[in-house]
Design a protein around this ligand. Structure first.
Ligand code: N01
Length: 538
């Protein structure tokens, strides 16, 4: 940041120092561009900096959820578990920042509040909460898809005598639940991951569930020396296989319909994917039509329900934990857990149905539902995020003619390829709405976007163009395509954050691109080979 408040002649200004911002900085530097990152946190890491709650780990296996751009980095870093914990992922991200000497171009503790495009100068100027400003020709929004926490505005929260925490803003020093009566609100991925650990420590854990979600066991395990050696020796093949799967993760897919096999065969496949060799998102690949065919989907849903009933000893609790109603399996982000359902067999854990008896208020001593008061010492919100658009809308972004992105996106996000938005030239979004993003291995999609955006910038520079602008027709066609592809699936049916259903008043739009990683890559390649079709370079 400059001292005199005058915009600096920077090529690329990047907002956010998570996986996306770090890689964009690395790639820009390699391309000979001057670049700088502004980051709100007091260290790098993005999602993995903020989400420090007990049990936080990635639901994509570490060998996939890691950078592939540097072969030496792959060889020198050793993951200790199949699914890395948050501290291990954060250590990895810090290692990347140090190893590639990225920190000298990262300004921490800097919250960007506004970004304005100057049509004359063809440059962006950003302003920060501290009142500083900085400018660059290109603006890259590496602000993350799940970075604006959503804490419900419960009546009475300020009167609560105990402490409360949100999963996405967890204290660095941790929280000691020993001897405490803890109330956990939210049973998505975060709640499902933290419940078993809180239950082990707390005197009592009350889980307040509004909607039962599907969860499958991670089947996490340590990676022993042999597994690590094998993985390191086969990284190129693993990455290549991953890139050819619909979500960019190296998982075995079964290319059969769930309706084309016998009951025994179907059960065998589901069991295989639930047990030791399987686990996690493998369940979504058990058959090729689980997310497009209602009947196939119902088979998977019934299988998971049967598992819940077999694990949870109290039949009433088991029934409450079984997802019901119009929630096709996997259309809300599938939770990947380690002992979630088993937790409800502990004598110190209670499940409360807050759909039947809604939360009315937080009181001095706890939380009141329509059925009565629960006395609690600590409240934990695992209530999610204003996903995909929240971090972009949190910045007052002004494009051509002073138009605000917030206004343009009033009825839902509109992008060309999930990368650019018409009227906002020289601005790029990494893994934004309209791209595979959260439906894919984020690290893979981030690398793909950053590489593509950097090539586009170099292409513009190489042909002496200073302005890169997505066209409105190309954008309209892309938005139509994103919706059309989503509507061929069961995804839009789930009341999930994928459609903004968790944020009161948010327009219901299926935000990520469900066409799959390989198809999307082909489109990106075609657009580039066609002279960046749909972009005006001037
Ligand atoms: O948030 P969520 P999350 N009263 O939105 C409930 C990623 N992630 O932080 O379903 C009562 O999924 C809400 O209930 P309902 C991953 O992509 C990844 O858990 O709206 N309850 C729901 O149960 C994930 O999908 C990892 O009825 C209220 C919960 O809060 C995404 O982040 C780990 C409520 C929110 O679930 C978000 O996950 C963690 C209210 N007023 C997160 N408001 C891994 O990699 C909300 N809820 C494993």
């Amino acid at each position: 940041m400059n001292d005199s408040n005058q915009p600096k002649a920077l090529d690329v200004l990047i907002i956010g120092a998570g996986f996306a911002g770090l890689y964009q900085l690395y790639r820009a530097r390699k391309a000979g561009l001057t670049a700088r990152v502004l980051e709100a946190g007091d260290d790098v890491g993005g999602t993995w900096y903020w989400n420090r709650y007990p049990g936080a780990r990635c639901d994509v296996e570490s060998l996939d959820y890691s950078f592939s751009f540097d072969k030496d980095l792959e060889q020198e870093w050793t993951w200790s578990e199949r699914y890395a914990t948050q501290p291990e992922i954060l250590r990895y991200i810090c290692h990347v920042a140090d190893r590639f000497d990225l920190r000298r171009d990262i300004q921490l503790r800097t919250r960007v509040t506004r970004a304005v495009f100057d049509e004359q100068a063809k440059r962006w100027t950003v302003e920060t909460r501290a009142g500083e400003s900085s400018g660059a020709q290109f603006l890259v929004l590496a602000t993350g898809c799940l970075s604006i926490a959503q804490a419900p505005d419960f009546k009475g929260l300020s009167s609560f005598a105990g402490k409360w925490y949100h999963s996405a803003d967890w204290p660095k020093e941790g929280v000691d639940f020993t001897g405490k009566r803890v109330g956990l609100i939210g049973t998505g991925s975060s709640g499902v991951q933290m419940a078993p650990l809180i239950a082990e420590q707390a005197e009592h854990l009350t889980v307040f569930q509004r909607t039962a979600n599907f969860s499958v066991p991670a089947q996490n395990e340590p990676l022993d020396d042999q597994a690590v050696r094998d993985a390191k020796a086969s990284y190129p093949e693993r990455r290549a296989r991953g890139r050819e799967t619909s979500n960019g993760i190296c998982l075995e897919a079964n290319d059969q319909s769930a309706l084309d096999v016998s009951d025994e065969e179907r059960l065998r496949e589901f069991e295989f994917r639930w047990r030791g060799a399987g686990g996690g998102f493998r369940m979504l690949r058990a058959f090729n039509d689980l997310l497009i065919n209602e009947k196939s989907n119902e088979h998977a849903a019934n299988f998971v329900r049967s598992k819940i009933r077999a694990i949870v000893q109290d039949p009433r609790t088991a029934e409450l934990l079984c997802p019901k109603g119009d929630l096709p399996f996997g259309t809300k982000r599938l939770c990947v857990d380690s002992g979630y359902y088993e937790t409800f067999n502990r004598p110190n854990v209670t499940l409360v149905d807050v759909k039947a008896a809604p939360i009315e208020e937080v009181t001095l001593r706890g939380l009141r539902t329509s059925e009565g008061e629960h006395e609690l010492d600590v409240l934990v919100f695992a209530t999610g995020f204003d996903a995909m658009t929240g971090a972009l809308r949190a910045i007052d972004i002004r494009g051509v003619g002073g138009v605000a992105l917030r206004e343009k996106w009033e009825h839902g996000p509109r992008t060309y390829l999930g990368i650019s938005s018409a009227g906002f030239p020289n601005m790029f979004i990494i893994a934004g709405p309209g791209s595979p993003s959260v439906l894919s291995n984020m690290v893979h999609s981030i690398e793909e976007h950053v590489d593509w955006v950097t090539r586009l910038i170099l292409h513009a520079r190489g042909s002496s163009r200073s302005l890169v602008a997505a066209g409105i027709q190309a954008e309209n066609e892309w938005v139509h395509h994103v919706n059309e592809v989503a509507d061929r699936t069961l995804y839009p049916r789930g009341n999930s954050w994928y459609v903004g259903a968790n944020i009161p008043g948010k327009p219901r739009v299926f935000m990520p691109y469900v066409g799959g990683v390989p198809a999307y890559r082909n489109i990106l390649n075609d657009v580039a080979n066609d002279g960046y079709r749909g972009f005006a370079l001037s």
